[in-house]
Design a protein around this ligand. Structure first.
Ligand SMILES: [Zn+2]
Length: 62
């Protein structure tokens, strides 16, 4: 089986990982309730997609 010939140094490994960044998800306003939601996803606030209600949103009751 193919295996790496040499182990990479800590510096090389850490320099590679220094480029890892968290990404903020793209958000668009829901056309029905104007809440921010991810594009091409069902709105979690009102449960609509493409103008149709597809989910019954149950709010957490404490
Ligand atoms: Zn909505």
């Amino acid at each position: 089986m193919a295996n790496p010939t040499h182990r990479h140094t800590r510096t090389r490994r850490d320099k590679r990982r220094a480029n890892w960044k968290g990404q903020t998800p793209t958000l668009v306003a829901c056309p029905d309730c104007k809440e921010m939601k991810q594009p091409h996803r069902v709105c979690t606030h009102c449960g609509t997609y493409n103008g149709k209600k597809v989910l019954e949103v149950v709010s957490k009751e404490s």
